[in-house]
Design a protein around this ligand. Structure first.
Ligand code: MLT
Length: 410
């Protein structure tokens, strides 16, 4: 009899967004005429930038001609994309990254989920709470989290982020080995300043920890004091791995392209104390388990760094950030407590009337036919909060705010 990985049995329920989809499908089947506005999962609605489309069409034609056809590409990504990433995302910020420190992939969800494979099972993991569920769930699957009791995994260090601490996680009081940070943050839409981030880099250096820095929402940063890359902080290239994605930056959620930076100077130790570069291990994993992002898609990603592509991406980000402002100001005008939405496409609100997150989810769905994401789905400290995304189209965003004003019995 085959034995299963019992760690999977410790995972509570289903993946958050799958559970939401299940509940919405049930509501829709019971209320077939309801005109549902979906501001739940952070999925983009604008089409791909024209520059990407043009590049992809050209790449399709190349794939159709024997002289330009390509089979397997380099697992780490084609040089043209690696070069564009380094020259545009890092060099202008004074960050030096080598070509063999960048790994192109099919998404940050995969990368933040898979990265834990290069770490030993006995590491102590710290996550902010609330948190993007993939960080926690993949560590549960790997057997790093211990038992689940009352909504908490016993071996995980939770760092609560709430209105009381301004959504700034405090440094752990116990020693941790792996720290997940998401800046700008999903789900709270808040950020960390340069000086806050420096505290984490210093902590990691002092304690031999590694920071897994999810920067998927970097292009939404509007304020000057928010670093775009953790490598802007001195010493971070010794302790941090950074994840970036084309999903939210350029509408690639369905197209799939992202990258992870693993500087060669980031190391971890064996039980006997030998130091090894994580770059080598990640390269080994990536080349063994992944066969590269399609050539056509990588050409589409490269095109966002052209002058036209940059302008189109800027316009796209501005569109979603205008949605964020509409939601933020609309809800604040109703007296709701709202956070985020300034440097990120998420608005995090305190549920009105002391409702728990899932009760507010039901209320919003039933009374206003709007889907959002219950804060508790992101962790225990998310209880009493709720997330709305700014990735809807303008018409739906305006309609959603109007419905909340007129239909929701607050
Ligand atoms: C979210 O809604 O949190 C994101 O869309 C999830 C993701 O990027 O995988």
């Amino acid at each position: 009899m085959a034995l299963l990985n019992e760690n999977y049995l410790k995972l509570p329920g289903s993946y958050l967004f799958a559970e939401i989809a299940r509940r919405v499908a049930k509501f829709k089947s019971e209320n077939p005429t309801a005109d549902i506005i979906r501001l739940g999962i952070g999925d983009v609605t604008l089409p791909l930038p024209a520059a990407s489309l043009e590049a992809m069409h050209k790449a399709v034609d190349e794939m159709g001609a024997p002289e330009t056809f390509r089979g397997y590409g380099p697992e780490q990504g084609y040089d043209f994309l690696l070069k564009a990433i380094i020259e545009n995302d890092y060099a202008p910020r004074g960050v030096k990254i080598e070509m063999d420190e960048v790994f192109v992939s099919d998404g940050s969800k995969s990368d933040v989920g898979n990265i834990q494979e290069v770490f030993g099972v006995d590491n102590v993991v710290a996550i902010t709470d609330p948190v993007y569920p993939v960080y926690l769930d993949t560590n549960v699957m790997a057997g790093r989290t211990g038992e689940y009791n009352n909504g908490i995994f016993e071996k995980v260090v939770y760092l609560p982020c709430n209105a009381e601490n301004n959504f700034i996680p405090a440094l752990p009081t116990q020693k941790v080995d792996i720290i997940y940070l998401c800046v700008p943050n999903n789900p709270t839409g808040t950020t960390l300043s340069r000086s806050e981030l420096k505290k984490w880099v210093d902590y990691a250096k002092t304690n031999g920890a590694v920071i897994l820095f999810d920067s998927a929402y970097e292009s939404y940063i509007q304020e000057n004091d928010v670093p775009h890359s953790i490598y802007e902080i001195e010493g971070a290239n010794e302790v941090a791995i950074e994840f970036r994605s084309f999903s939210k930056t350029a509408g690639f959620t369905g197209t799939r392209c992202a990258y992870t930076v693993v500087p060669k100077s980031v190391t971890a130790k064996t039980a006997s104390g030998e130091t090894h570069s994580l770059n080598k291990l990640w390269n080994r994993r990536h080349t063994t388990k992944f066969n590269g992002v399609p050539y056509i898609i990588q050409r589409g990603a490269e095109a966002i760094y052209s002058p036209a592509g940059k302008a189109q991406v800027k316009e796209m980000v501005a569109y979603y950030m205008a949605n964020a402002k509409i939601i933020r100001e609309g809800l604040a005008g109703l007296g709701l407590q709202v956070f985020g939405g300034v440097n990120a496409p998420y608005i995090w609100l305190k549920t009105p009337g002391g409702l728990d997150s899932w009760s507010f989810f039901d209320k919003l769905l039933i009374e206003a036919n709007i889907v959002g994401t219950p804060g508790t789905g992101f962790g225990p400290a998310g209880e009493g909060y709720f997330r709305l995304t700014a990735f809807g189209n303008r018409e739906n965003t305006l309609a959603a705010v109007e419905r909340i004003k007129t239909r929701l019995k607050l």
